[in-house]
Ligand binder design. Sequence first.
Ligand code: ZN
Length: 240
Amino acid sequence: MKYAIIADIHANLEAFQVVLDDINKQKCTHIACLGDVVGYNANPKECLDIVRQMNIPCIKGNHDEYCSTEEELEGFNPNAAEAVAWTRQQLNDEDKKWLRDLKYVRLVTNFTIVHATLDQPQRWAYVFDKLMAAASFTYQNTAVCFFGHTHVPLAFVRDSQVRGGTYSKFKVEPGRKYFVNVGAVGQPRDGIPKAGYVVYDMDEGSIELRRLDYDIAAVQAKIRKAGLPERLAERLAIGK
Ligand code: ZN
């Protein structure tokens, strides 16, 4: 079985399509999605429709939550808040119900998927270091768990201690636990302006990060046309 693990699509249709093409080329047989299908970019409805039509197992991200409720946006980053308000207008009641009904954590085949952390999935904390990863490992019952939310691909391993860092491809060794951030399809933040996702080859026991060029200018043009904040267009070009 060969899984593609995708996260943080964030309404970026061009990046999503490039990733789906690559998933085909890599001969992945299954896909799992770690949430934040919507928010920030200009094609929330289109991206949501693809995830639903393809029947991709998906869990809830913070933007999926904000965009599908009428929750107050106080204390929010103003650009993110503007994008949430705009996205709410693009989605119908059925779309919002679908997003609201997503679970925070799911078991897929024999691995776990979560958007933010396993210790408190609904609190949306960011895992950037060993200490934060260690808290999630305490609640991890499978050898492998994939997460998103930071938009920064990092892999953490626990054996006698917790280690972590950037990665391109590694083997899943028995007796260890892995907590792996798969990067973002639609808004990378590690300084590399390419769409990212992971191929988990369960037969080979390997996890590989894929990075792909996509038409950034087309996405930026849509953001500007929609009247979304300019900063959301600019950040795609620098991957921050
Ligand atoms: Zn996100």
